[in-house]
Design a protein around this ligand. Structure first.
Ligand code: MG
Ligand code: MG
Length: 263
């Protein structure tokens, strides 16, 4: 069952995503050659705490850190540690926070210093794929419209789409129904409706979409060793269409749309 969120719940989900996006902004400022992923994790812990929120990933199914840091060929769920970032690396930062029992979840992949053209394009296209997926999350559409839009962008550039890991509903738990795959075809799955809150999160690889999980039980990496990028927003569907949470946009349209969203 997909939970429909009313105005009050959407406001809390907006707050949780705001904490996440602001935390990602602070981490982004700190990413540089020589910085360790543990140092980024410490920044995240402090920024979330300063905002009177709680980290969503710490201890989630035993995950030991506040954020996930996935470097180069690591796709998602990398564990922060003593690894120093190097010039030319890319690092995916995935962050979650809880405000009054409501979750936010977002990720972005960042360049470390100067990166090569292939990696720069991978980051741009994965970000475009996220935007396309969000734009496809229209009330009255279907869940797989999102993945079809993501996949079309990836295919246009010959990138591999990771299929083993998917987006998801977000609410009073980090992962709720429905699953939101990053592939099509369009027109399948549950019907999208106002009040649904979804994390859309394409993972695209320079090589094939095949991945494996390390012995640590968490770190997902490309099987062919190619670089991978991951971008994620939590969005709400309102009658007018999708709204990225944490940006203030929901509040801006709230007065106009609130009456149309079930309480
Ligand atoms: Mg995430
Ligand atoms: Mg997620």
């Amino acid at each position: 069952m997909i939970t429909i969120r009313g105005t009050e719940e959407l406001a809390r989900l907006e707050q949780a995503s705001r904490v996440v996006l602001e935390t990602l902004d602070e981490i982004e400022k700190a990413v540089a050659p020589g910085v360790t992923t543990d140092e980024l994790d410490a920044i995240a812990a402090e920024e979330i705490r300063k905002r009177a929120a709680r980290p969503a990933f710490l201890n989630y199914r035993g995950f030991p850190k506040t954020i996930c840091t996935s470097v180069n060929e690591e796709v998602v769920h990398g564990i922060p540690g003593r690894r120093s970032l190097k010039e030319g690396d890319i690092v995916g930062i995935d962050c979650g926070a809880i405000v009054e029992g409501y979750y936010g979840d977002a990720a972005r992949t960042l360049p470390v210093g100067r990166i090569d053209g292939a990696r720069r394009k991978l980051l741009e296209v994965t970000r475009q794929a996220l935007d396309a997926g969000i734009a496809a999350a229209q009330p009255g559409g279907r869940i797989s419209d999102i993945g079809a839009a993501v996949e079309a962008v990836a295919n246009a550039h010959g990138y591999g789409v990771v299929r083993e890991f998917v987006g998801h509903g977000v609410g009073t738990a980090l992962h709720e129904e429905p699953q939101v795959p990053n592939y099509g075809p369009a027109g399948r799955g549950s019907r999208l409706a106002a009040g649904m809150v979804l994390a859309i999160e394409p993972m695209l690889n320079l090589g094939t979409g095949d991945v494996s999980v390390d012995r640590d039980g968490w770190t997902v990496r490309t099987r062919d060793g190619s670089a991978s990028a991951h971008f994620e927003y939590t969005i709400a569907i309102v009658p007018a269409g999708p709204v990225v949470l944490g940006t203030g946009r929901l509040g801006a349209i709230g007065a106009r749309e609130a009456a149309a969203v079930p309480a």
